[in-house]
Write a protein that binds this ligand. Sequence first.
Ligand code: B1M
Length: 215
Amino acid sequence: LPLFERLERRIVDGERKGLEADLDAAMAETPPLEIINDTLLAGMKTVGELFGSGQMQLPFVLQSAEVMKAAVAHLEPHMEKSDDGGKGRIVLATVKGDVHDIGKNLVDIILSNNGYEVVNLGIKQPITTILDAASERRADAIGMSGLLVKSTVIMKENLEEMNSRGVAARWPVLLGGAALTRSYVENDLAGLYEGEVHYARDAFEGLRLMDTIMA
Ligand code: B1M
């Protein structure tokens, strides 16, 4: 297969051997972020479709996810950075009950490489932990990621919890993840949250929104 098709195939097949060499060859032609967006994410999309239609079993999805993570880790040091970290600070987490973190970690990379300090709490984080971290680290915003339909409900509960603790005005919230829709966030959640809540379709929209929030 040609290089970029082979790279996409590696994600689908969970084939790690020779990954770095292929990535290095790809970087000679294309910036690392484009490799992620155009090639690797296309592979993850296929994995999602195969899994969703019952043609791929979970252990293989996990293998694909591991190759994806290894690929991103290999590319990350080669990405362009605007170094300061002084544009603002965001606490980022995957919500309670949800283990999906590839998208969240991409958001971390994009924000960190573009002047934000990211406090990445990891996966399955209850709102209490998120709020404690936001408070201790004096965050300017909170970002929550979730890929399960269940997580969209958790996000709603989290916003309600922030209302009831009276901290909604303090933290603008950025929400993202495959199960969310813009209309759910902008129509249903924005109506109930007493602070600012924004939907980010991808990591770049997350960056644009942070720039707006911090402006
Ligand atoms: Co799971 N999984 N998974 N999975 N998985 C999905 C989400 C699913 C849609 C697959 C399917 O059925 N087609 C489905 C959810 C269905 C639903 O809820 N209705 C599903 C399921 C069912 C499950 C399990 C329940 C399976 C099981 O155990 N029977 C289980 C859940 C466990 C749990 O969470 N408690 C499970 C487990 C796993 C693995 C562990 C095997 C693995 C995750 C590994 C990991 O993340 N470390 C996995 C994977 C890889 C997937 C799919 C195939 C790919 C997800 C991914 O990484 N995509 C996924 C299929 C899909 O999403 N269509 C699927 C690439 C990633 C870059 O995209 O995270 O959407 P995404 O991020 C995007 C944007 O959404 C946005 O930016 C990114 C792009 O720039 N974004 C943000 C994300 N977060 C953001 C936050 C922001 C801003 C933007 O600001 C804060």
